[in-house]
Write a protein of this length. Structure first.
Length: 121
């Protein structure tokens, strides 16, 4: 019988400190949408921003590498917590976390996303 597996993806901004997670990925290597004219620092990720981030070849390479690694970690531990960080924790890390969750949804894993720096309006 398969044991239930849990994956928590916590997005965060490095400028606010690292969260208490087992593993960390720094996605600051991706181009920052907050520096683009159509979005600002406090813009919420929308479909256009999501497509812009995910269309970066380095993003696709990262996702293609991270998914098998996360699957391996879940084989060894039934409660994996991964921090996904970028500068402010509001754009790149959120988009990547959501895409990882989407790619892992059929793996019989309970995925929870926590956006630590979420701006409450």
């Amino acid at each position: 019988m398969d044991r239930p597996r849990r994956l928590t993806l916590m997005t965060f901004g490095f400028k606010y400190g690292s969260p208490n997670t087992n593993y960390y990925f720094d996605v600051s290597f991706l181009k920052n949408p907050a520096r683009e004219a159509q979005w600002g620092l406090f813009a919420s990720p929308d479909e256009t921003m999501r497509e812009w981030v995910l269309s970066q070849p380095l993003c696709q390479s990262f996702l293609d590498t991270a998914v098998p690694l996360i699957r391996l970690l879940l084989e060894a531990d039934d409660d994996v917590r991964i921090g996904l960080g970028c500068n402010s924790g509001r754009h790149r890390s959120v988009i990547v976390a959501n895409e990882l969750a989407r790619r892992l949804k059929d793996d019989n894993v309970c995925v929870r996303i926590v956006n630590r720096e979420e701006v409450v309006q």
